[in-house]
Design a protein around this ligand. Structure first.
Ligand code: DAH
Length: 336
């Protein structure tokens, strides 16, 4: 009898290893564990065992039943959870997954760098709304109604008087209306122009505006400040020149050029073979602008300047298509 028990145990132990489905497990249960199963029928034979052997055989039978029940329970748990299968596919020798750190967008970097140079010179920072009105964007900046200078900037009108600002210069008006002189601020922000988008022009882009108003501010201070800026931003040994220009809100007005840093002034595609790059517009604040904000032009003078960030970043990094800055192509952005 004990021999029979051991044989059945060995059989049950080997049979459980072949079980891989719930159907096979159910067949296993029917074979061994139900009331008419193999173990139960051994219990039936217990009656015919001589009384002296009964305790030993009974104990062995109980152990057999417990053991087979355990095998069954363990297999049932294994089939229920995907755990063991997943563990088998875990390869600890594979290299780990690398986290990817983002970088700042080239426009943000350019903007931050320009801001920090001017902050280092004592400028504060101000901003204003992108949805402007005709008064701040044009009129107060000395663009008379129907003046052709308005055509310099193709405008997105939202209503008869509301528009998307075409430059950051209206922030000058807002700052001066809020604060008495002296005023020394830079004003970064997004601006909009109703222009066909191409490699060289965008309908939405960024500018930085600068304004310094105090008693006795001169044009040579304007030049000194901008040259100091350009040397820090573009490099110690750039050459520069100021060319007379026109803006309604400054008088006199100028454009600043620096020697092309790609060809060092010899002439190339980037500088359109002139050797010079235009980097910003500037000038002395027009007395009419001061009157519009309630400053006395006999008391104070001031300078202003404005530059496009996108164009500046393109020059800086040698990018020949401004649209690339807005396409969010990771292959482009990864290079900065
Ligand atoms: N607002 C001008 C533009 O968008 C740029 C500019 C020129 C700003 C001269 C100024 C300035 O403050 O003085 O084209």
């Amino acid at each position: 009898m004990l021999e029979q028990i051991n044989r059945l145990l060995a059989q049950a132990e080997s049979a459980i290893t072949a079980v891989t489905t719930t159907e096979a497990l159910e067949a296993y249960r029917v074979e061994y564990l139900v009331r008419k199963g193999a173990i139960a029928s051994l219990f039936d034979q217990l009656r015919s065992v001589p009384p002296a052997e009964k305790p030993g055989v009974g104990k062995a039978l109980n152990e057999l039943r417990t053991r087979v029940q355990q095998l069954y329970d363990a297999k049932a748990a294994e089939l229920r959870s995907p755990g063991p299968a997943a563990e088998r596919t875990l390869d600890l020798t594979l290299p780990g997954r690398r986290g990817f750190t983002g970088t700042r967008h080239p426009l943000t970097r350019t903007m931050d760098e320009i801001i920090s140079i001017f902050v280092g010179m004592g400028f504060g920072i101000a901003d204003g709304p992108e949805l402007e009105d005709d008064y701040h964007n044009f009129e107060a900046l000395n663009f008379p109604p129907d003046h052709p200078a308005r055509d310099m900037q193709d405008t997105f009108f939202v209503s008869k008087t509301a528009l998307l600002r075409t430059h950051t210069s209206p922030v000058q008006i807002r700052v001066m209306k809020e604060h008495r002189p002296p005023v020394r601020v830079i004003m970064p922000g997004r601006v909009y122009r109703n222009e066909a988008v191409s490699a060289r022009s965008l309908s939405a882009f960024y500018q930085i505006e600068g304004l310094y108003v105090d008693k006795g501010v001169t044009f040579s201070e304007l030049k000194g400040t901008l040259v100091a800026f350009a040397r820090q931003f573009y490099g110690r040994d750039i050459k520069f020149r100021f060319v007379p220009s026109f803006f309604p809100f400054t008088e006199p007005s100028a454009e600043m050029y620096i020697t092309c840093f790609l060809c060092k002034g010899k002439g190339c595609r980037m500088c359109k073979h002139t050797g010079w790059l235009e980097v910003l517009g500037c000038g002395m604040v027009d007395p009419n602008v001061f009157r519009n904000v309630g400053y006395d032009p006999d008391e104070v003078t001031g300078y202003a300047f404005g530059m496009g960030i996108d164009r500046t970043a393109a020059l800086r990094y040698g990018v020949d298509d401004l649209r690339l800055f807005y396409e969010s192509d990771i292959r482009f952005l990864n290079q900065f």
